[in-house]
Design a protein around this ligand. Structure first.
Ligand SMILES: Cc1cc2nc3c(=O)[nH]c(=O)nc-3n(C[C@H](O)[C@H](O)[C@H](O)COP(=O)(O)OP(=O)(O)OC[C@H]3O[C@@H](n4cnc5c(N)ncnc54)[C@H](O)[C@@H]3O)c2cc1C
Length: 598
């Protein structure tokens, strides 16, 4: 069975030494009193909950999966999931970053995000049940009527009820403009909703008393395409005016999907037959309202892969120190043993360090971004809110795609460290690989994220958001470029910054001639910009570590941080050279072949 130790030291390093989260958020009135001790104490307790309550259910939950009672349409989650969820609710964990007006604890989203990294390491499948509720909460908080908020937000905040997002239909995934689910207005102001949704995570389960489905559907007079989509609340049990649960609504689980990973999470086909729903936001503006949920979910999916990367790394390190095979090429190291531990072999180290660098870089990028999100949502200064919002918009597709691609690579490397044992269920590594794979697909595939980044967020606003981020990088380069001990980090960072600027202009020019050039470059381009964010954050982390050492701090944590940063710059960042070449190779090699020849 895999083990998990919450990475509290690294979380604290990023929160307090790299970013100074308390200083960054202190101008936001509701966070003015939040101090480092409070944040650390919450995360320490949260880490215990993840490691002691949720992690032990991961391997068994994967083997057992969920079951559907076809007669009642009720779904039962794997053994132990319901009890763990009850403890989660009892501990007040769902309310961590929710609005005190609805019973929340009002802590920054940043704290919740760090807690969720640990839950994801412990058990991604379990974590999706409460995780989706956060997105539903955010969408209703932003777009619900006062009545809807009063009815639903307190129960989502307490965790008594969970939420889902019901977008996908059999014929429509990426292209939501094709969706067919219908909503008929009723005399009492409600809607009767009919249709079929597929692949709905946590669509039905036995963990909570009610499930709040956020459903996209089309009104009778709706324009075709994505401009004709509206958003509805469709609860599993109808909700009475006093907030109590009423009759069963016309939405049920018709079947469970059989899938590659996250077996402990119920992925449901949902049938809607005259289900009663209420409209959220304006008619035909459902996608805008749903985007609040989708953006939260995109950051959440990046966080899922960060969690898996961390837990896979931890287990692979333990294994590599314990497993003895062959001698080091340079001569025996463990002379008291018949062979050396495999951690002496350079390639095993490369796999371990790759996973470690992806975990540490991913954690820094996620925390950096969610601090901006906290500012974007609540900072009193409108300019600060706007600037932070732009940065979150730029970094969200990078987090979703770069961190999940890295998570797939990292878990696969960690499986390789185990040799054949990595392929065997009881060690837990093959489950991490299977679980990590879905993160590149759902919440908008990684291809779609790259189109969003390059097409919409960068070329679509004449590079304004990218330039604003580039200014932060340039300011850091200028400030630290004079330091001899920072050259190894600053020079490649500055070089990549220049190359990204040139590459972006080049693709923009080509795209004026043929818009397909964006599609040809986007995936590789996102990875290049992903590396720019990692290089910036690793250089900053290296500076903190160097400063600590200069000040006489001998904590081995700083030495390890520097080694990881050096590994990142020497062995992972150079990937950008080939990615830039493949971006430049453009459209022709992809489109020249006639479709008939495939
Ligand atoms: C386990 C699981 C859980 C899920 N949970 C949910 C959920 O809770 N709620 C929900 O609503 N949905 C959920 N989904 C659905 C998921 O979000 C979709 O599968 C995903 O958005 C892709 O849609 P699709 O499967 O229809 O693929 P398609 O849209 O058919 O795409 C097929 C391929 O074509 C590519 N493609 C499509 N359009 C373009 C383009 N313009 N340019 C380049 N490439 C393109 C895609 O990137 C992909 O590689 C889940 C799916 C799974 C498997």
């Amino acid at each position: 069975m895999p083990h998990y130790n919450p990475p509290l030291r690294d979380l604290q390093f990023v929160l307090h030494e790299l970013i100074d989260v308390v200083g960054e958020l202190k101008e936001i009135p509701q966070f003015a009193e939040v101090d480092a001790d409070t944040i650390n104490a919450v995360l320490e307790e949260g880490g215990k909950f993840a490691a002691e309550v949720v992690a032990p259910l991961n391997l068994g939950g994967d083997a057992q999966g969920c079951t559907l009672d076809k007669a009642t349409h009720e779904v039962t989650a794997p053994e132990g999931f319901k009890a763990a969820y009850a403890k989660y609710v009892e501990g007040g964990w769902p309310a961590l970053s929710c609005d005190p007006a609805y019973g929340g604890q009002g802590l920054p989203h940043t704290v919740n995000q760090c807690f969720y990294e640990m839950l994801n390491s412990a058990n991604q499948a379990w974590t999706m049940y409460p995780g989706l509720s956060h997105g539903a909460y955010e969408a209703l908080h932003a777009h619900g009527t006062d009545e809807q908020k009063a009815l639903y937000l307190p129960k989502l905040t307490s965790g008594e009820w969970t939420g889902t997002m019901c977008l996908t239909e059999p014929h429509c995934g990426t292209d939501l403009g094709l969706l067919r689910t219908k909503a008929e207005p009723q005399a009492d102001g409600t809607y009767k909703i009919t249709g079929q949704k597929i692949f709905i995570s946590a669509g039905e389960h036995d963990l909570a008393a009610n499930i709040v489905h956020l459903v996209l559907a089309r009104l009778p007079d709706a324009p075709a395409g994505s401009k004709g989509i509206s958003l509805f609340i469709v609860p599993k049990f109808l909700v009475n005016a006093d907030g109590s649960v009423g009759a069963r609504n016309g939405i049920h689980c018709g079947a469970l999907e059989h899938k590659m990973g996250i077996h402990g999470n119920a992925t449901c086909q949902m049938i809607l037959e005259d289900a009663v729903g209420t409209l959220v936001g304006q008619p035909n503006k459902g996608l805008q309202a749903m985007f609040v949920m989708m953006n939260a979910a995109r950051l959440g999916v990046g966080n899922q892969s960060l969690g898996l990367t961390e837990v896979a790394y931890q287990n692979a390190v333990t294994y590599a120190k314990d497993r003895i095979q062959m001698r080091a090429l340079s001569g025996p190291k463990a002379t008291d043993k018949p062979a050396d531990p495999i951690i002496v072999h350079p390639d095993v180290r490369k796999m371990l360090l790759t996973a470690r660098a992806f975990a540490e870089g991913g954690r820094a990028l996620l925390i950096h971004t969610v601090v901006q999100l906290d500012k974007a949502l609540a900072h009193p200064d409108e300019d600060v809110r706007k600037e932070a919002d732009d940065e979150v918009a730029l970094l969200t597709p990078i987090i979703k795609a770069f961190i999940t691609d890295n998570g797939w690579l990292a878990t696969s490397h960690c499986m390789q460290v185990y040799g054949g044992h990595g392929y065997i269920h009881e060690w837990g590594m093959e489950q991490f690989v299977r679980d990590a794979r879905i993160n590149m697909i759902y919440e908008g595939t990684n291809t779609v994220q790259s189109l969003d980044l390059l097409g919409r967020k960068i070329l679509g606003d004449n590079g304004k958001k990218l330039k604003a981020f580039g200014k932060k990088v340039a300011a850091f380069v200028e400030d630290e470029g004079v330091r001899e001990d920072m050259q190894e980090f600053i020079n490649p960072l500055a070089d990549l910054g220049d190359k990204v600027t040139k590459l972006t202009t080049e693709i923009g020019m080509k795209a004026m001639g043929n818009a397909d050039e964006v599609g040809a470059a986007a995936v590789d381009y996102l990875r290049v910009v992903g590396h720019l964010t990692f290089a910036y954050l690793f250089a900053r982390m290296a500076k903190v570590a160097l400063d600590a050492q200069k000040a006489g701090n001998t904590d081995p944590f700083y030495a390890a941080k520097l080694h990881t940063a050096r590994f990142y710059f020497a062995k992972l960042l150079p990937e950008t050279a080939s990615l830039i070449r493949t971006c430049r190779a453009g459209l022709q090699p992809l489109m020249a072949m006639d479709e008939q020849l495939f």
